[in-house]
Design a protein around this ligand. Structure first.
Ligand code: NAP
Length: 308
């Protein structure tokens, strides 16, 4: 039996592992993919404190992973299939796809969030054939091509800017007439000659034969319909918390885990940290902070069990 299982090895999970190891907790981190989380698909990060110049997302995460490993954290590549509280033994059973279940006195859920789909005709059909959710991964395929980015938040603005390194033109299609992303990014986007904002527009379908050739738009204000010829569509319309395995009684209406200021859920020994929790500002620094808070709260919880 472990003291603590940390589910997820993004900034929240790795930070929890760093703090947990330093507190002397017997822990293991499980991660279904490679450590790093969403940041791995971020071209560069310029707002994580301590880095004067922008740092590539993968590099920042490799620093966090190496730091956790240097402190002795075990990070195992396995996929959780279910999480069950064993009331009789006051612990948790974590079932692993194709492996032996793990048992732990406490669990920190740090499984983050996943990109939301647009849900329009053509999106699924052309995914990987012109539709992408990762400019860092796929921008180079669009060298000299015309692309569209859908969304108006920080992610859409950042990824549109990154795309201009390759694409000859980037239409930034947003459903309102003002972007949601921070002012600095808005300024950069509006000053970039390769980006053309398309405001008040809803994507109705993604079209082509075999690969993306155009998107159909509807102007929200005038109702006018139009087709925009593009070779690629990058979709960044927000995130959904990865909480499918977490008891519904501790999720809010948005599917986020409800925690207190110490990242405790209302279930004893169950903590949540990072993008999957309620009121998260979905920043790397905040996820790292959550992870630290959760690990120290878990330490107090485990100490309480030991004293009982
Ligand atoms: P977001 O802030 O939730 O923005 C999602 C955008 O997509 C919004 O502009 C929204 O429009 C639009 N949208 C949502 N559903 C849509 C639909 N069905 N059709 C068309 N458009 C739709 O998501 P995000 O940009 O991915 O950012 C998520 C969080 O991560 C934010 O807190 C952000 O600050 C953070 N983040 C930070 C950084 C950074 O600090 N470097 C980088 C990336 C992300 P409306 O505006 O009309 O709602």
């Amino acid at each position: 039996m472990k003291d603590l299982v940390i589910v997820g090895a993004g900034p929240a999970g790795l930070s929890a592992a760093i703090y947990g190891m330093r507190a002397g907790i017997d822990l293991v981190v499980i991660e279904k993919l490679a450590p790093g989380g969403q940041v791995m698909t971020t071209y560069e990060v310029e707002n994580y404190p301590g880095f004067v110049d922008p740092v590539p997302g993968w590099e920042l995460m490799s620093f966090m992973e190496n730091q956790a490993r240097r402190l002795g954290a075990e990070i195992v590549s396995v996929e959780l299939s279910s999480l069950r509280r064993d009331e009789a033994n006051n612990c948790y059973e974590i079932s692993i796809a194709g492996g032996e279940p793990l048992r732990a006195r406490a669990v920190i859920c740090a499984t983050g969030a996943s990109l939301q789909k647009l849900g329009v005709p053509g999106e699924a059909e052309f995914t990987g054939r012109g539709v992408s959710y990762c400019a860092t991964c796929d921008a180079a395929f669009f060298k000299g091509r015309v692309t569209a980015v859908v969304g108006g938040g920080d992610t859409a603005l950042e990824e549109a800017l990154h795309l201009t390194r390759f694409a000859s033109k980037v239409y930034l299609v947003h459903r309102r007439d003002a972007f949601r992303g921070v002012k600095l990014l808005q300024k950069r986007v509006l000053e970039n000659g390769a980006i053309e904002p398309v405001y008040d527009s809803i994507v109705r379908s993604i079209n082509g034969s075999g690969k993306v050739e155009s998107i159909s738009l509807e102007n929200k204000k005038s109702g006018a319909k139009s087709d925009l010829p593009v070779d690629g569509v990058f979709i960044f319309v927000g995130y959904r918390s990865n909480t499918e395995y977490i008891p519904a009684e501790i999720l809010n209406d948005y599917g986020e885990v409800m925690v207190d200021m110490r990242m405790r859920t209302s279930i004893p020994g169950l903590f949540a940290a990072g993008d999957l929790r309620n009121e998260s500002i979905r920043q790397i620094v905040a996820a790292a902070s959550d992870g630290a808070t959760a690990a120290l709260a878990a330490y107090d919880y485990l100490e309480g069990l030991a004293r009982a």
